[in-house]
Design a protein around this ligand. Sequence first.
Ligand code: SF4
Ligand code: SF4
Length: 356
Amino acid sequence: MAELRPPIESGAPDPMPYMHPVMVKNYGKWAFHSHPKPGVLYHRAESGDEIWTVKAGTARQLDHYSVRELADIADKYADGFVRFTIRSNIEYMVSDESKVEPLIKELNDKGYPIGGTANSVSMIAHTQGFLHCDIPGSDASGAAKAVMDELYEEFIAHEMPNRVKLSTSCCEINCGGQADIAIIMQHTKPPKINHDLVANVCERPSVVARCPVAAIRPALVNGKPSLEVDEKKCICCGACYPPCPPMQINDPEHSKFAIWVGGKNSNARSKPTFHKLVASGLPNNLPRLPEVAEVVKKILYTYKADGKPWERMNEWIERIGWPAFFEKTGLPFTKYHIDDWRGSRVNLNASTHIRF
Ligand code: SF4
Ligand code: SF4
């Protein structure tokens, strides 16, 4: 009988070969951990082994000089072992206490801040942006760098009521996640269709099926098969643009940023929540996005001053109520905050004006 071919493993690789030897040796056998200062964690194993983790922020999109620099630092202090968090922080594991402070000093001297742990503002999680995606309306990773430059002091300190997670998303429909404060690209005008290209480039039935509000239908334009959009129905979501690039929806003036608050992914301590829109129509003013940063700071510092210890952003808003949120932050409440999608009543509870 022929030998069965073994399955090809294509999931996440085995982490053990990449883990610091002290962590491999004590895997699952940790006695306790503590948090000596911002950006530094301490773990003691049942065997008595100790390890310190030092977390540093990076600029996210790293050139290879920076990668080599960070790797050299790992060789010098951390036995060559590092890991990157999903928020693009780099973590060094150090088994010798005398190396912790020199490591922190060298990272700081080279411009990498130490922080992002406990009740700080952690690094912004972001979507792929111009570098890797074909449909972004803005540069999500550049926006993360620009906004974090403004929040540097909150990354290296523990002064927030609880941990604050931020995210940026360069379109509204795909890979963005929930966050305490989420910065999300929104289109505000229906797509502009290049009818000369639609028949050659787009599979029209798939594009029609893609629209969540059935606003697209097949049409003959100038004698050629194309598509048309019922602009009264269109919610400017941008879902038709990926399968049909001639339906261009990115626009330098009308693609805007919006800020959503109060989202939470995990079910740790309290249930997950959807974030909700609190500001919209902010200009896509790259590279520094000053208008976006200003609104983020307004929300953040109001929460910092008004939140009770250990209250997450969503819990703070739940306690004070949405009217007080708008009063305290000074953000205007407009008709655009009202979610009038008919499905929101029964499932999303998605807008800030009322709850069912
Ligand atoms: S958020 Fe949208 S545009 Fe940005 S990387 Fe994800 S799919 Fe692409
Ligand atoms: S932008 Fe969204 S709602 Fe508008 S036509 Fe395209 S898929 Fe439909």
